[in-house]
Structures are given as C-alpha cells and as structure tokens.
Ligand binder design. Structure first.
Ligand code: HSE
Length: 429
C-alpha cells in the first residue's frame, strides 16, 4: 500500500482532533482511502496536551511544513486570513494539495485561491469550513447535482445556536452562555464573528456559491447578529407558534440571489426549528429532490476533524470533483439582491401608549404601505408602565416598504422607538 503524507499546520481544537482521529482510526481510514494516511510533519507554535504527536516531526515555524518535500497534502488549521493565505498560496505553488477548515479564507479569498490551485493541478478542499461534521459540501456539490437548487437555509453557527437555545430553554444570560461556548472551544478567536453573524455569513457565501455556480460574494451579503435579541421576543414568538433561529439564507429570486444572515422566526413545527445547542442544520430545497435536511455537530474538535479527514481521503482516492461544484468556465457572476429588495414577512414589536385609536393608526400606516396584518397580540400594560407591547406578523412584503412603514410608525408620539423588527420565513418546500 502506498502512503499519502500529510502535514498539519495548527494544533488547536481541530488540529489535535485531526491527529487523534487519524491515529485512532488509521486502519479504517486507509482501508477506505486505498492508501495509508500518515502525518509526517506538524507545524505549531506550541504543543497541545490533548494529543500525542510522538513519532511525528514537529516544527515551530508552520512554513517548514509547506516547504517540506516529504509532504503531499498541507492541512491548514491556523485560521485567520493573512498568514493562512500566504501559507496556502505557498503550499499550492509548491504543488501540494490543501485541506482547510478556514471559512473566512475561502469566503474572502477563494476567488483567488481556487483558480491558482486549478492552474497548479492541485486541490483545495474545504468540507470542514462549513457546518463542522456535516458533509454538506459533498451534499451540495455531489448529492444534489441533478437539482436546480431553489434555496437553502441553515443554522450554521454552533455558538450562536447554543446561545439562543440556552436563553430560550434555561433563561440563561447571553454573556454567560457565550463564555461557556468559548471554554468548550466552539467560539471563534473573536467571538463577535459568532454573535454578529460574520462566521455564519462566511459559511453561507461558500454554500451559495456551490449551490448556484457563482463566485464567492462575501461583500455583497447582508449580515445581522443575535446580540440584540430580547428574551421577550423569544417568548412572543413562541406564543405565535414560532422559534427564533439565526439563519443563513440563500435563495434564487426574481431579481437575483438573496444572500442574508439574520435572526429569523420560523414555524416551531419545522424540524430545523428544533435544532438546538451547538448542533447545525442545513435545509436545502431542490426542484427534483424537494427539501432535504442535513443535521450534525457544527463545531468541536473531532466533529470538524471528521470533515478534514474526509477531504484527505478524497485526495487519496484521486477524486476530481470540481472545487466549485460546476465545471471550469461554468461559474458565472450573478446579481446579489440588495436587502431592500428582499421580500419576506415580518414580526414587529411596537411599544405604544395604551390609549384609544393607537392600533387603528398603526394599521392604517401599514395598509398605506400595502402591508397587511396576519396575526396580532396586544398585552395589558404592567401597572407601572404606560406603554404596551403590540406584536404583529405581517404578510410578505418588500423590505424597503416595511422600513418606510416602520419609520412612519416610529414618528408617532405615542410610539416608543425603536420598533423591533425580525424577519419571518415559512421554509415551506
Ligand atoms: N465558531 C464556529 C461555530 C466554529 O460556533 O459554529 C465552527 O465553524
């Protein structure tokens, strides 16, 4: 049996998991790959007590790995987009295949890196960049290759989903849950990437490009985080039969491709609404397969290592699936719909004075903007409060129209600013 020689750059959460799984499952993995997979070189600034690297060459300079003529595949697990980019480009120029878990690198620089790899006759594989242990890149690129993909929607940040789940189920405070996610190794080095939706947006951009055959368009995507979600909106959403999830949504619509990450009310009865904790899920709607749902651990040491090693096995097998899922020359730029043109329904929470005529004034503003009310809850004012919450669900309308209506509602002296606005998606096939 021949040997595929692997060099690993970075020995953090995912790097240590990769070493441990390759060592533990060596016989199974080589049986599947048809060649032995051997880690011959690790580049890491420091050792990791969570893994045994005995018998493997270890360098403190990670660039020693990409310059090692003994290495066939470089596994980039350092994260970030500066040193990681230089490392990956040097590896490609040295004729080495690259496996990476780095979603930011692919979303921001994939349009430069992937063509360079193709020109050098090597592969850049990034299954681990999206949704941890879920083989979603494989599903989009291969499993649903027959389909005209209409849309996909995913819970693709484990930390954010963990925070929302713990807030809803246990009433825990945001900061407390985030600290736990950091301790468990789920959160990004900068956790604002998790809570402000940037990490989810990196992943969405990758999925959308593979689904629709277009370049990575991170700068055109719309991103809104979960840091402003209030516990009372979680409760009102439940009363209306919905859950609030932080979704990445990509959809082919009339004017172009929608590319957006934001908190979203989704019907509580949907399977994806019941994906909790650090788990991720991607719901994909193809014209032939219909809706298919992919579920699993979206972060964590061995779950992400599973995806890294699957890519190494693919390289060992000589798989030649196009990196973008479409043949060279078939990837084309498509218009990304500005958020103002997106059409969806909305949840609104308006704090208004408890006096006659308020509701009819609000309803008439909405009606003037062509927006109808699908559901409404009005609560009694607590004894010490003169404002009452009015909660509305609207019909499907354009974001620009909704924002104009919200501005008009906020201008009433009987309304407390700001009006809370959360988008609603039915996720119906
Ligand atoms: N911080 C990421 C998450 C790690 O929580 O999903 C996996 O990409």
């Amino acid at each position: 049996m021949t040997t595929l020689k692997v060099g690993i750059c970075g020995l953090g959460t995912v790097g240590s998991g990769t070493v441990n799984v390759i060592r533990r499952n060596a016989a199974i993995i080589s049986g599947r790959a048809g060649v032995a997979i051997e880690i011959v070189h690790i580049g890491a600034r420091r050792d990791n007590p969570n893994c045994d690297v005995s018998g493997i060459k270890v360098s403190r300079d990670i660039f020693d790995v990409v310059r090692d003529s003994n290495v066939d595949v470089v596994v980039e697990l350092i994260g970030g987009t500066t040193v990681a980019k230089d490392l990956v480009i040097e590896a490609i120029n040295n004729g080495k295949h690259v496996v990476t878990a780095n979603k930011a690198l692919i979303a921001l620089h994939g349009n430069e890196i992937l063509p360079l790899a193709a020109a050098n006759g090597v592969t850049v594989a990034f299954e681990a960049a999206v949704a941890g242990g879920i083989p979603i890149i494989k599903a989009v690129r291969e499993g649903v290759a027959a389909n005209d993909i209409k849309w996909l929607a995913g819970i693709i940040n484990g930390t954010g989903n963990f925070i929302l789940s713990e807030m809803r189920d246990k009433g825990r405070a945001f900061a407390d849950v985030l600290a736990e996610a950091q301790a468990l190794g789920y959160a990004e080095a900068d956790p604002t990437f998790d809570v402000e939706g940037i990490d989810a947006c990196h992943k969405l951009v990758i999925l959308a490009s593979l689904a629709f055959g277009m370049p990575f368009r991170f700068n055109k995507a719309y991103t809104e985080g979960i840091s402003k979600i209030d516990a009372q909106d979680v409760t009102y959403a439940e009363e209306l039969g919905y859950r609030i999830k932080h979704l990445g949504i990509a959809r082919k619509s009339k004017g172009g491709i929608e590319l957006r990450v934001h908190p979203t009310l989704i019907p509580a009865k949907r399977l994806i609404a019941n994906v909790n904790g650090v788990m991720n899920a991607v719901l994909l709607n193809g014209d032939a397969a219909g809706p298919t749902l992919y579920y699993g651990a979206g972060a964590g040491s061995e779950a992400t290592a599973s995806a890294v090693i699957a890519d190494i096995v693919d390289i060992a097998r000589g798989n030649s699936i196009p990196m973008m899922g479409f043949a060279e020359g078939e990837v084309s730029s498509q218009r990304i719909l500005p958020i103002e043109e997106v059409e969806t329904s909305y949840y609104l929470r308006i704090s208004a004075e408890d006096k006659a005529g308020v509701l009819s004034e609000i309803a008439s503003v909405l009606s003037r903007h062509g927006i109808s009310i699908e559901a409404l809850i009005q609560k009694e004012a607590p004894d010490d409060e003169k404002h009452v919450p009015i909660i509305l669900l609207t019909n499907i309308t354009q974001e620009a129209k909704l924002m104009a209506a919200v501005e008009a509602i906020e201008s009433f002296e009987f309304v407390q600013r700001p009006v809370v606005r959360i988008r609603v998606e039915s996720l119906a096939g």
